[in-house]
Ligand binder design. Structure first.
Ligand SMILES: Nc1ncnc2c1ncn2[C@@H]1O[C@H](COP(=O)(O)OP(=O)(O)OP(=O)(O)O)[C@@H](O)[C@H]1O
Ligand SMILES: [Mg+2]
Length: 620
């Protein structure tokens, strides 16, 4: 990028171009400064030994350097000066003090210059040709534009409602705040540690006007936002693997509601998504479909016969044990037609097919082998999670699971997200304007690392219209292609009406894709040449260059992003980190409390995990 180039030019301006006069003046200045310091040393020695300041100026101060054993002799009135020890001690102290002050001043100046460089770079980047102008950005993303859109997106809100009730702050450009509506769906693309949480995920969760579902593989977002969200509505943490270590996590039964075939279908789709068959196995769609069929039949049977998560786990271990579920589906009068036959066909298929399907079933429910997970999925009648109440009460639900690994509870997280979004869609369909109000925010951080949520493409495409704002956070487009497949990854990218791309992307195809999407501009270049006869000629040529080439995209500074908002031209914006909010001190205090609780719970939990296993074992 041009940043090093700017620096080099500045350095050349600072050091280059010195002529003899400049050097002479510099030498004179340095000599005077050194003399002044030496005189100050002698004066300090006099003051410290109770004498008046000596007469003579800087020349005797210089001369004294040549008489270290008797510095007073160099002065016109030697009786005014103390002996050599106090004289040199005070001079050395003054020189050391001056050196320290000079060092601090140089560091501060350098820091200020760096800051100036960074802000000049940003200003220059932000006004490159081909990027959206201030006026264009104000028209599509200014506060007035947000209020206009909110008449449809949130008709329940008065005209004076704060903007955070109507949309989400994206950042600022050309000195203006930029907003997107709750109707938008956003894709945030940035490699690890590039500030996705700091600048986008955390602020969006804090400001969300309605319910929030936030996924993560780490409790960092939870720690900052938990206390603030608790002032808005109920807060729950679904952390079956105890990654945050907080006690009293949410307990949710995957079987709940599955007596209705629709719920069983949706949940089975979520559970099967995490089985890792996407793209890596030939005929992956067929095997995933079979796994889904088996899972939906097992869930339906478990719900109809009032079974617990443990039964589901047992059935998943061995298709022979699942014959029990076939019997339930055959005998129960509320069982969906044909489901018993579907499960029977899988259970009695030829051993190779059956075992392949059951491998998927076992993977989807593998997390239940962990007693903590089983405990979290086996709620009592009083602590059942009800998605409908959660949505209407503006609740916040944090879903934590480790990244793709065997035994991760990610498939369960996917199933719970599917459960909530399905409930949100149903609620929206019954609401005025077919919209959920207040809208739901799905902050899907680390979602590709967790589980390829099957409904993400459709949520991005049409969730906004039903009052579901989706924020999908990905580390790269390559990651999305790997987890969802080429086609679905394209849908996710295309359907995002807000695309935020951070610096640091390293995959050439990703950088190329983004760069091409940002478009090209025509650049005029002039070159001068001299003919044989000495005549000068100027040639003007037109060439097409990308608005932001891959190299510039990759080196975008921390804290800025390329914004692609609906049909507007791209913009480079300054993101707003949560520590710069007015309520940052309260948020940090809340973060410390949660982190302390996490640490305490982790210490206690280490002692209790054996007890929990024993208690659950006894309950069985
Ligand atoms: N409160 C804070 N104040 C200042 N800097 C912070 C703060 N929190 C995080 N950072 C800095 O921002 C960097 C990125 O943090 P963040 O967790 O937002 O990145 P991320 O893109 O979400 O990373 P990951 O993909 O690993 O989750 C951190 O490495 C840290 O240096
Ligand atoms: Mg993060």
């Amino acid at each position: 990028m041009t940043r090093p180039r700017l620096r080099a030019t500045r350095a050349a301006a600072r050091l280059g171009g010195w002529d003899t006069t400049d050097l002479g003046l510099l030498a004179l200045g340095a000599t005077l400064a050194a003399g002044a310091l030496l005189y100050a040393g002698a004066a300090a020695a006099c003051l410290l030994t109770g004498r008046p300041t000596p007469e003579g100026g800087i020349l005797p101060a210089f001369a004294a350097v040549g008489r270290p054993g008797e510095p007073a002799g160099a002065w016109p009135h030697p009786e005014q000066l103390p002996g050599p020890v106090p004289y040199w001690a005070a001079t050395l102290a003054v020189l050391a003090l001056a050196a320290a002050v000079g060092f601090v001043a140089a560091r501060s100046a350098r820091h200020l210059l760096d800051r100036h460089d960074a802000s000049a770079d940003r200003t220059r980047l932000g006004s490159l040709p081909g990027l959206a102008s201030r006026r264009e950005l104000t028209t599509v993303a200014g506060e007035r534009a947000l209020r206009t859109r909110a008449r449809h997106a949130r008709p329940s809100q008065p005209a004076t409602a704060p903007p955070t009730e109507l949309g989400y702050l994206l950042g600022a450009a050309h000195g203006r705040d930029l907003w997107c509506s709750v109707e938008d769906s956003a894709l945030l693309l940035g490699p690890p540690r590039m500030g996705k949480g700091l600048h986008v995920v955390i602020p969006w969760i804090l400001d969300a006007p309605g319910a929030v579902v936030a996924t993560s593989t780490r409790p960092d977002t939870l720690a900052v936002t938990h206390a603030h969200r608790a002032t808005r509505g109920p807060v729950a943490v679904f952390d079956p693997q105890r990654l945050a270590g907080l006690p009293d996590g949410l307990r949710w039964s995957p079987v709940r509601g599955c007596q209705h075939p629709r719920f069983a279908l949706v949940r089975a789709r979520g559970l099967a998504s995490g089985t890792g068959m996407h793209g890596s196995v030939s005929d992956a769609d067929f095997w995933t479909g079979q796994t889904e069929t088996a899972l939906r039949c097992l869930l339906h049977a478990a719900a109809l016969d009032d079974r617990r998560a443990l039964d589901l786990y047992r059935w998943s271990l061995n298709p022979v044990l699942a014959e029990d579920a076939v019997t339930v589906l055959t005998r129960h009068r509320d069982a969906a037609d044909g489901w018993a036959d579907a499960l029977d066909a899988i259970v009695h298929a030829d051993p190779r097919t059956r075992d392949s399907v059951w491998l998927g079933v076992r993977q989807a429910l593998a997390a239940l082998a962990d007693p903590h997970v089983l405990h979290a999925l086996d709620p009592g009648p009083d602590d059942r999670f009800d998605p409908e109440t959660f949505l209407t009460d503006r609740g916040t639900l944090y879903l934590l699971a480790s990244a793709v690994s065997s035994g991760t509870s990610a498939p369960l997280v996917a199933a719970l997200v599917e459960d909530i979004t399905e409930t949100a869609r149903t609620l929206a369909a019954r609401s005025p304007g077919a919209r959920l109000d207040p809208p739901l925010l799905l902050a899907l951080d680390e979602i590709a690392n967790l589980t390829p949520l099957p409904s993400l493409p459709s949520l991005m495409a049409e969730g906004g219209g039903s009052g579901i704002t989706t924020l999908a956070v990905l580390q790269s487009l390559a990651q999305a292609r790997h987890r969802w497949g080429e086609h679905a990854a394209d849908t996710i990218w295309d359907a995002a009406t807000v695309k935020l791309v951070l610096g640091g992307l390293a995959k050439m195809r990703d950088l190329d894709d983004v760069s091409r999407l940002l478009g090209d501009i025509d650049e005029t270049t002039r070159s001068q040449s001299r003919g044989h006869g000495g005549e000068r000629s100027t040639t003007t040529s037109l060439r097409t260059v990308p608005v932001l080439p891959p190299a510039v995209l990759r080196t975008l500074p921390f804290g800025s992003a390329v914004l692609l908002l609906r049909h507007a031209r791209p913009a480079i914006i300054d993101l707003a980190p949560w520590p710069s909010r007015p309520d940052a001190a309260a948020l940090t205090a809340g973060q410390r409390r949660i982190e302390a609780a996490t640490a305490t719970a982790a210490a206690v939990g280490r002692g209790n995990s054996g007890q929990l296993a024993a208690r659950d074992g006894a309950a069985r």
